[in-house]
Design a protein around this ligand. Structure first.
Ligand code: ZN
Length: 133
């Protein structure tokens, strides 16, 4: 799956965002090893902390479908530069993807950059830290 194509899929997911409080729709698309694309958008709530980001919505959707290997994740928003995932999403990417998983970040102006999960959260807290291995 080409970076640009997956980013276009994320743009479609962005249209489904429910964000009446921030008015900042974000879309994500996760490409699984099974060839499926899992979509995510931000979903807000009047009780603000109960909302969810687009990236985690897409990754949780993949896992809920039984997909355990994400090959690439794309995220897009109407941001100044390529959208920057929040810290919580970066931590979840570390858990549910691999350090080498590509993350394509874009904005509506056509700016795009591709990093890896490892680039986004160096020194992440992981299962190994939890169990002292
Ligand atoms: Zn997030």
């Amino acid at each position: 799956m080409e970076d640009e194509l997956l980013l276009q899929e994320a743009k479609k997911a962005r249209e489904k965002a429910y964000c009446p409080y921030s008015n900042f729709p974000v879309g994500a698309a996760a490409f699984g090893e099974n060839g499926k694309i899992y979509y995510g958008c931000n979903i807000e709530n009047a009780a603000y902390p109960d909302g969810m980001c687009a990236e985690r919505t897409a990754l949780f959707s993949a896992y809920a479908d039984g997909c355990r290997l994400i090959l690439k994740l794309a995220v897009i928003a109407d941001s100044t530069g390529p959208i920057s995932p929040c810290g919580s999403c970066r931590q979840v990417m570390v858990e549910l993807c691999s350090p080498q998983t590509k993350v394509v970040l874009g904005n509506l102006s056509g700016l795009m950059k591709t990093l890896t999960v490892g680039d986004l959260l160096p020194g992440a807290f992981t299962q190994e830290d939890l169990h002292g291995k």
